[in-house]
Design a binder for this molecule. Sequence first.
Ligand code: NAD
Ligand code: DAU
Length: 361
Amino acid sequence: MELGIKTSWFKMNKKILITGGAGFIGSHVVRLFVNKYKDYQIVNLDALTYAGNLENLKDINQAKNYIFEKGDITDAGFLETLFKKYDFVGVIHLAAESHVDRSISDPMAFVMTNVIGTVNLLNVAKKAWNGNYEGKRFYHVSTDEVYGELFDPKEFFTETTKYDPHSPYSASKASSDHFVRAYHDTYGMPTVISNCSNNYGPNHFPEKLIPLMINNIKNNLPLPVYGKGENVRDWLYVIDHARAIDDIYHGAENGETYNIGGNNEWKNIDLVYLLCKIMDEKLGRAAGTSAGLITFVKDRAGHDLRYAIDASKLMKKLGWEPSVTFEQGLEATVEWYLSNWDWIANITSGEYQKYYEEMYG
Ligand code: NAD
Ligand code: DAU
């Protein structure tokens, strides 16, 4: 396919590659950068796997400073062509296989994209930048799952917590983090890493806990809670993650790591009850109706008990703080799903994957 260069492209000096921009978090990062930095050119590279959905970006698709490129980060030749074409000064790398349950049934897909894909990107950026790292940045977006799990309620993951991944997903992310650090330490690459807790918000793929529960409640389907629902996650509104990525991209020192989290821990079962309550109110159902759908199912293999992030470095050094409370964020999220029901319907029917053909031929 011809690269979709727009007229003013080469007049603009900051060309930034965002990988995985058609996914959940990536689409919010792309939107933030496209709207906030009009003098940047944002290239969104995404393979449009089952998790990539260009409908997530339909509001900015025509923006002058935005270009979409379909491609796979496991294809080194494609990446080299892309870097030659656009001469990127920055990379924000979000493309990944991201679902823990899928990593348990198909670990190799996670090795390919999360490990090999990340190393490909590092190699191609290193070759393109050729030791001239002035003004360059390679930002790798990672997860708190690399730190393993917590048992002591007083403990939190900090930037120096030892890596201890348990699932094939977290092992693949840990591996990619190690490669990014190795390229900084060995070749002087200007890298930065952030490790974030669980995100929620609009455009979250309905295989993940919160959108799955919203979808199933609406459709009167069983609400599968793994084990006893005792596992704890620290939830952050996706737009606040995107804001943190912006702050870190522009404010971090090379070689640094930042943890990002909401200081907002919920046991899964409590969160599911809360969603049932909100949905009963929104759908005009009698209180307690949706909770009747809760079904305890076999636990996830290797299920981490608790994640909790200490984000004080990010707050103190870069002045970031969440912009919404959990109540506000969850309300906005449920409202978004209820007013964009065709988005989830398109995913469940598979229609969303035709969008690329319609947009780009
Ligand atoms: P997602 O699954 O919604 O999106 C991933 C995107 O990457 C999709 O658009 C997909 O098409 C694309 N992609 C997958 N394989 C690719 C490949 N080989 N080449 C090019 N593109 C490919 O994921 P997400 O939840 O938005 O997560 C984004 C990143 O943030 C991931 O790196 C993930 O590890 C990390 N992260 C996620 C969370 C979370 O709660 N979702 C929390 C912390 C960190
Ligand atoms: O912590 C950050 C991570 O959060 C990200 O790196 C991952 O990409 C992201 O998927 C997420 O991982 P989790 O495994 O924590 O998210 P998930 O939504 O799959 O599950 C959240 C919790 O809910 C977890 O304890 C498992 C449980 N669960 C999940 C599903 C899908 C259920 O009880 N039932 C379910 O049907």
